[in-house]
Design a protein around this ligand. Sequence first.
Ligand code: ZN
Length: 396
Amino acid sequence: MMLTLIKNAEVFAPAPLGRPDVVVAGGRIAAVGDNLGRGLSGELVQTVDAGGRRLVPGFVDSLVHIAGGGGEGGFDTRTAALSHRRALGAGVTTVIGALGTDACTRSLRELYGTARQLCASGLNCYIHTGCYEIPPPTLTGSVRDDMVLVDSVIGVGEVAIADHRSSQPTRSELAKLAADVHVGGLLSGKKGVVCIHVGDGAQRLQLLNQVLAGSELPIQLFYPTHINRSRELMLAGWDFAKRGGVIDFTASTTEMLLEMGEIKASVALRLSLQQGVPLQRITLSSDAQGSLPHFNPGGQLDGLQVGDIASLHGAIKEAVSAEGIPFEQALATVTANPAAILGLPAKGRIEAGADADLLLLDADSLAVQSTMSGGRWLLHEGHWLARTPFDHADAK
Ligand code: ZN
């Protein structure tokens, strides 16, 4: 078995660990500790001298429209599928794929196939069953069966609330759907996640709070996203998080959305920490390949941009450089926190036994220079290494 020994890196697990050696074997982190390299030499050991750069867990992006999304301005506004190189080059090694508004021209089978394709390209990829609507589309005929019978399925979503594009779900419809995910999770040994797309409607988190008040469902089953959409929604999100819930901020944005009242993910993170929201209940996701609509003053759609998976890395950089958040805290919101909330204990951490999904970042610019996924370097010192039949090493 080939071993990789990484030396002289500032290791963030995401907690700062100093400069221990990190040994990778069989796709996992075998050991983290001082002077592990002493007994390791020979042809079967690849030694990487990090030269003081930062070694961090690969990012876990909890919401990506991997097969494409959009379509809300007609067929010409459908968006493209995720490029695995775009993800890996921006430090993301695990993605959760989901459908959105369009479950008519897009399907869960296509989502599943795209997830498997991305896995073959070296990304770790899971999916949610369902979409914005209740009743949701499924692969097997029921959400519970999808959870139990399909390994890649870890939850349902994005289920839309407080949005004109939602199916206007009732309290009991949402509670029943969440119960299916919860029980399906119990039966399959998965945590079970109900990913909630919160729109710009005045109801905000009201439906979610009603479901929790009128059921025995645990608050951490729900994972509401786009909480940085407006200041009013942030207030509702802080209340939700202080009662034990988790909240997610969307990193992809546009100048137009910011002018309309959206709060940058990096700013939302700082404000939330200042409000006393526990760090482990906050995550960032990219919403990559989703459409970001522009409206003219008359309220009509006049253009779209596409969410970018690199926005996650950008938000972390901004959180550190512009908002003064300690690097390890910003890092936790895209590594250990989403991994724990999604029930992926081997992801998002640097510790013995965890999956070897690792990044080497420049110590100053935080630029991604190398990406390892499942113990293999896919991007190494700025060079791509071939992985799929369509991948040519170093192709742009
Ligand atoms: Zn959404």
